[in-house]
Structure formats: structure tokens, C-alpha cells
Design a binder for this molecule. Structure first.
Ligand code: AMP
Ligand code: MG
Length: 338
């Protein structure tokens, strides 16, 4: 008897608590947000639902673990150890081998416009240290002579690069990390989440209110978005020279290098977004497409079945057929091209 009174009392308190916490109250919609700085990028994790906090904390530990494998600045990382012992085989984790193999595979698919061995050239421009400078021609030529993804050898879990070569996963690691984060969130019962790694976005499930996610694609020349993408679970990864650059004698130089010339790529593309369930592919391709230019990128994207949104310096917006009913352009001066 006393027990049932207690139950009624508890139920009453619960109802009052639910009423006090607002009209739209739904405990499953509670947002948990955490920001982490890793791999030179501000990472924002937002997850919804009961287990969000615990799941996000697990994902944060995963970011730390992956940074220890892939960082080019941490001398004990797998990548730094391979770079420090160029010419010799170095034992690395299975995960590093898998990501390196994937990078090499995508280099072949993109005819080398994506190439993780471009690192010595990226370093000469100062993008690794922030001490920017236009490199000396001879230095640049010497560094460029060693850029070739075909010079990476695998033997089980051992990796070897040729002398003079160095690796950098900066163009692909963020995609791998966002994929791992969403996997971990999922494993921990989260069904709605959005991860943002310095503008590279991956979503899990639907938005907490059941609607599609609305992802803004940044205008390279302002703080607003030139397009809004409506999507469900996917990776939305953007590359653009506006993301990192410096100006010397009135010329702006950015961080995406054409492995052919050793200079910042000039393909007419201002921003390229690749949309795919495969975040690793989307990350590598967005970097490659920025180098490849519109036509080559379109044929690679069609071949691989990934979606894209490309903004050119001529204010044209090229997008794949799959994007036609999913994007909204915010600027009347832009010309859509399908
Ligand atoms: P993302 O922001 O994914 O486009 O990657 C840009 C980063 O990838 C740069 O900061 C460099 O570390 C590296 N990178 C630059 N050019 C290339 C290239 N052609 N292929 C692969 N990685 C590159
Ligand atoms: Mg990339």
C-alpha cells in the first residue's frame, strides 16, 4: 500500500519535473558538446540522447589515440618514425598500414593529384611550422624529385619510404578520424550526432528532431555559407585554399600543393566539397579535386559514385546529379551547373 503511494508520488514529481523543463522537453534530445584541438584542427563533437556524454568522451580518447599514430610533429608517431628512417622498413600499427594503403590507392585513382609524399614540398612552403615562405627554386626542385606515392613499400605491417621522401596524412587523416568518431558514438548507442573537424563534417543518423541535417558550405570570401546541404548520415568534406594561406609581395599562396609543379594548385576551383558515406575517400578526394580541376574531378567522382559541390573562381557551382534536390544556393550571383 505504502509502496503504491510512493510510486504515485514519484510519478507526480516526474510529471512536474517534465513540465518544468519546458514544452519541447524530451530527454532523448539532450545535446552534449565537446571541443578538442588535435591534428592542428578544432574538432567539435555534438551528440544527442541519453548516453551522449559517455559516448563523446570515448570518442575524445580515440582522437588522442589516433593523433599519436598519425601526427607528423610527434616524433614517436607511426608516421614520424617512418619519416625518420627513410630507406628502411619500419614496423607500424595495422591501422596505419591500412590508412597508408588506402592513401596510395586513392593516389592511383586520382593520377597522383592526391599524394601523401608531397610533405617535403609542403614543409618548404612553411605550412607545417607556420613560418611561411616562397621556397627557393632549386630547393623546390630537389624536394619535388622525391614526391612519388609509388615509392612507398609495404611488407605486412612494415612500411618503407625511399630516402629523401616523407609522408603526411594531413589530407586524409581528418576523414579517418571522423569515421572512427561516428563508429564509436554508434557503438555507444548514439543515433544522432554531428562531428566537425575544422569545417569537415560527418553526421550520424538524422537530426534529433527527425529532420535532415542542414550543413552550410562556407563561402571562401566571407564568413557566410554559399550553399546549404540537406542530408542524412554522411561525410561532407571541403577543401579550399582559403582554409590556410599566406600572402607575400601581394601574392597569396595556399596549402594544397600540386604534386606536379610543387606550387599551390591553381585549377580554377575555390572550394570543393565531397559528399560520401566513406569519409576517408571524401577527404582524400576533396584535396585531390582541388588540384585536378572541374572536368577531371567530375569524371573521377562519376566513376567512384561520390557526390560533389564545386565552387569556381568564376562563381560557377558544379554539383553532381545526386545533389540537385539537396542543395540550396544562397547567392544570386552564383551560376549552378549540373
Ligand atoms: P585538406 O584540408 O584535406 O584538403 O588537406 C590539406 C593538407 O594535405 C595540407 O595541409 C597538406 O598537409 C596536405 N597536402 C597538400 N597538398 C596535398 C596533395 N596534393 N596530396 C595530399 N596531401 C596534400
Ligand atoms: Mg582532404
Amino acid at each position: 500500500m505504502g509502496n503504491s503511494v510512493l510510486k504515485k508520488f514519484s510519478a507526480g514529481v516526474l510529471i512536474i519535473l517534465l513540465m518544468l523543463s519546458g514544452a519541447s522537453c524530451n530527454f532523448a534530445e539532450e545535446e552534449y558538446k565537446r571541443e578538442i584541438y588535435a591534428l592542428d584542427t578544432l574538432i567539435t563533437l555534438k551528440a544527442y540522447g541519453d548516453n551522449a556524454e559517455y559516448a563523446v568522451d570515448c570518442a575524445a580518447e580515440e582522437i588522442t589515440r589516433l593523433e599519436k599514430l598519425f601526427s607528423v610533429t610527434d616524433p614517436s608517431s607511426d608516421i614520424s618514425r617512418v619519416n625518420a628512417s627513410a630507406g628502411e622498413f619500419v614496423q607500424v600499427s595495422e591501422e596505419t598500414v591500412a590508412l597508408l594503403s588506402r592513401a596510395v590507392e586513392i593516389s592511383a585513382l586520382t593520377e597522383g593529384t592526391f599524394d601523401i609524399t608531397v610533405y617535403p614540398v609542403v614543409s618548404l612552403w612553411g605550412f607545417t611550422t607556420g613560418e611561411y615562405k616562397v621556397p627557393d627554386e632549386r630547393e623546390l626542385e630537389a624536394a619535388l624529385a622525391n614526391v612519388d606515392y609509388k615509392g612507398i613499400d609495404f611488407d605486412g605491417n612494415r612500411v618503407r619510404i625511399k630516402k629523401g621522401m616523407a609522408l603526411d596524412l594531413g589530407g586524409i587523416a581528418k576523414g579517418y578520424i571522423s569515421a572512427r568518431i561516428t563508429e564509436i558514438l554508434k557503438e555507444n548507442g548514439v543515433t544522432s550526432a554531428v562531428v566537425n573537424l575544422g569545417g569537415n563534417v560527418q553526421t550520424l543518423g538524422k537530426r534529433f528532431d527527425g529532420n535532415n541535417w542542414q550543413i552550410g558550405i562556407k563561402d571562401p570570401e566571407s564568413s557566410s555559407n554559399f550553399a546549404i546541404l540537406s542530408c542524412r548520415e554522411t561525410a561532407v568534406i571541403t577543401s579550399g585554399g582559403y582554409q590556410r594561406n599566406f600572402t607575400e609581395n601581394g601574392v597569396t599562396y595556399h596549402h594544397i600543393i600540386d604534386p606536379e609543379s610543387g606550387y599551390p594548385a591553381e585549377s580554377g576551383i575555390a572550394s570543393v566539397t565531397v559528399i560520401s558515406a566513406d569519409a576517408v575517400l571524401a577527404d582524400a578526394l576533396s584535396t585531390a579535386f582541388y588540384v585536378s580541376g572541374v572536368q577531371r574531378s567530375q569524371s573521377i567522382a562519376d566513376e567512384l559514385g561520390v557526390d560533389y559541390i564545386i565552387l569556381t573562381y568564376n562563381d560557377e557551382v558544379y554539383f553532381s546529379a545526386g545533389m540537385a534536390d539537396k542543395i540550396e544556393l544562397n547567392d544570386d550571383s552564383l551560376t549552378p551547373v549540373t
